[in-house]
Write a protein that binds this ligand. Structure first.
Ligand code: PGA
Length: 263
């Protein structure tokens, strides 16, 4: 037991996966596992982030799960409201569809789709104003870590958006620390390294806002059933953002169970 009063979050990031039939099967299998042995929302909050295309169907399918599971959008437009913006989905449209959570700043968005700090600020602002809860992702590259810049890079990513977050809005923010070199590579940060970074993030947040003590800081990057307990035992790791392993219902369930039992 870590002694932390923060209820952990375990969130599956399905990225650009899977096809319709497999999506339904994945949700069904996960619900069945919860039916066999429920995970109490007092012990662990659970979320899944399907593709935009399946957000509403997954949400409907999850509505009768024995444990509440939130549906999370993987991204949001930098444009607010409605209008002539082909291909975009705004924070208001998400909210209007009953989607209350969104990932912002995932390294794949930053690196592949050019989400710069300026764009992320706009996305963050729109999401918070619309009343969404944001899972804000931060993380360094291998080169930055090897150059001893990891902490500085991660804190800068937090400072980039902190200026536009009002006092009360901090309670609608979850931080996900995802070292880029650990995403989808099978390499996980050692629990000691991850804990050190999480403690650093916590300190940084506390300098920005007193709400920093209650913010969940999730770890992401090759989280799997085999390493979940060890990560969950770290006092400042308040959950996991899970990519690959969340596409397997049993693995995702075991990770959520590890956090629920260890915290
Ligand atoms: P991974 O992805 O678990 O497959 O490493 C994590 C993420 O990108 O959120």
């Amino acid at each position: 037991m870590s002694g932390s009063t923060i209820i952990p979050w375990v969130v599956g990031n399905w990225k650009m996966n899977p096809m319709q039939a497999n999506t339904q099967q994945l949700v069904q299998q996960f619900k069945q596992l919860l039916q066999q042995e429920a995970i109490s929302a007092q012990d662990c909050h659970i979320g899944v982030a399907p593709t935009t295309l399946t957000l509403s169907t997954v949400q409907t399918q999850l509505a009768d799960a024995v444990t509440p599971i939130v549906t999370v959008a993987q991204d949001v437009s930098r444009i607010a409201g409605t209008g002539a913006y082909t291909g975009e989905v705004s924070a208001e449209l998400l909210k209007d569809s009953g989607i209350e959570f969104v990932l912002i700043g995932h390294s794949e968005r930053r690196e592949i789709f050019g989400d710069s700090p300026a764009i992320l600020i706009e996305k963050m602002k729109n999401a918070l104003v619309a009343g969404l809860t944001v899972i804000y992702c931060v993380g360094e590259t291998l080169a930055q870590r090897e150059a001893g810049q990891a902490e500085q890079v991660v804190l800068q990513q937090i400072c980039d958006v902190a200026a536009i977050v009002n006092g009360d809005q901090w309670q609608n923010i979850i931080i996900a620390y995802e070292p880029i070199w650990a995403i989808g590579t099978g390499k996980t940060a050692s629990p000691a390294d991850a804990q050190a970074m999480h403690a650093h993030i916590r300190e940084g947040l506390l300098q920005i806002t007193p709400a920093g003590k209650d913010l969940a800081i999730l770890y992401g990057g090759s989280v799997k059933p085999e390493n979940a307990e060890e990560l969950a035992a770290c006092p400042d790791i308040n959950g996991a953002l899970v990519g690959g392993a969340s596409l397997d219902a049993a693995s995702f369930y075991k990770i959520a169970q590890a956090f629920a039992k260890t915290k």
